[in-house]
Write a protein that binds this ligand. Structure first.
Ligand code: SF4
Length: 327
């Protein structure tokens, strides 16, 4: 089997959630609580879940913008935590982040050409100005900003939301990465533009064989773009499998609730409603046993005592639910 482009093993990221005191232990938010996954070259994996489930923390920890509490991150077989500073910098150049908010990501005083050129200067790539300019224009074209020469001269306020997100994508592409980590890249955009950006990411994968780790709230947008889907809940992956199977045959009760919330175009077609009880628990006080049990419509007595782990139910399709462990 090929070495995965990215492999994450038992990754934990904990944050102190308040000051320590002699009369109580320091509260700790377990934003990532044992996440393991693999991503092959050119593969698209979607991370799906509610706000606060750990999707963004996972992307930030993989790129090194947050330090892991413990666990292992391997990029093309190389353990990132054991790499020296220079090697780490070279590895990180191959993984580029696309943030959620294109309005906050761009410096309003810099022209598009300068924004896209900046990563080349930071990483000392293409010292010859003519070659650097050609690379910037190619990245703008690859991101769908044509004619590139015209967009290069614009300031961010002269662009629409979708065009700004394309500039963010061009700044990532200019370094010719092997992996894009897209953190809810369409959630701040108008619905009409979302499909364009998702189509662009799909085209980039097809043309350049770039792997994409893509996080989203919506199961339907995940299934439209991804080869596989990982559903996250309170810092853990609770279901992982091929996109079509997770969408059409979800195994975990939480994924079934997400699926029931996907709107259907045909008004005659009825979904069985799945209503979850209560709110997402405080991540500083993760429930004992199955962390989903306070909201799960199928919870049994054993769910309060036993913490289910991801368990393979069908080829390539696994879920963390005690009901599936018993089958
Ligand atoms: Fe629900 Fe129990 Fe399965 Fe957890 S283990 S998802 S509480 S049925």
């Amino acid at each position: 089997m090929n070495t995965p482009l990215l492999e994450v093993r038992a990754l934990h990221k904990h944050f102190a959630a308040g000051p320590a005191a002699w009369f109580q232990p320091q509260p700790v938010v377990r934003a990532l609580d044992g996440v393991s996954l693999q991503l092959q070259r050119g593969e698209v994996l979607a991370l799906v879940g509610e706000s606060g489930c750990g999707k963004s923390t996972l992307a930030l920890t993989i790129t090194g913008l947050e330090a892991a509490t413990h666990g292992t991150i391997l990029f093309a077989g190389e353990e990132m935590q054991r790499s020296n500073k220079a090697r780490l910098r070279a590895l990180r150049r191959q993984m580029q982040m696309i943030f959620q908010d294109p309005y906050e990501s761009l410096n309003p005083l810099m022209r598009v050409a300068e924004i896209v050129e900046e990563p080349l200067l930071v990483h000392s790539i293409e010292p010859a100005p003519a070659a650097r300019r050609a690379r910037v224009l190619r990245a703008l074209e690859d991101a769908g900003l044509k004619p590139a020469q015209e967009f290069a001269a614009r300031l961010p306020h002269e662009l629409s939301g979708g065009q700004r997100q394309r500039v963010v994508i061009a700044s990532a592409l200019v370094l010719q990465p092997a992996l894009l980590l897209a953190d809810e890249p369409v959630s701040m955009l108008d619905v009409s533009i979302r499909a364009e950006i998702l189509n662009l990411l799909a085209a980039l994968r097809a043309q350049h064989s770039i792997a994409v780790l893509f996080s989203t709230h919506g199961l339907s947008s995940a299934a439209a773009l991804a080869d596989r889907v990982a559903v996250m809940y309170l810092g853990r992956i609770v279901e992982l499998g091929p996109a079509a199977q997770v969408l059409h045959n979800p195994l975990h009760p939480y994924t079934r609730a997400l699926q029931a919330a996907v709107p259907v175009a045909n008004p005659r077609q009825r979904h069985r409603r799945v209503v979850l009880q209560g709110e997402t628990p405080n991540p500083a006080q993760i429930p004992a046993g199955c962390r989903f049990h306070p909201r799960c419509p199928l919870a049994e007595a054993q769910c309060k005592a036993n913490d289910p782990q991801l368990h393979t139910v069908a080829a390539g399709h696994s879920a963390a639910c005690l009901l599936h462990e018993q089958k």
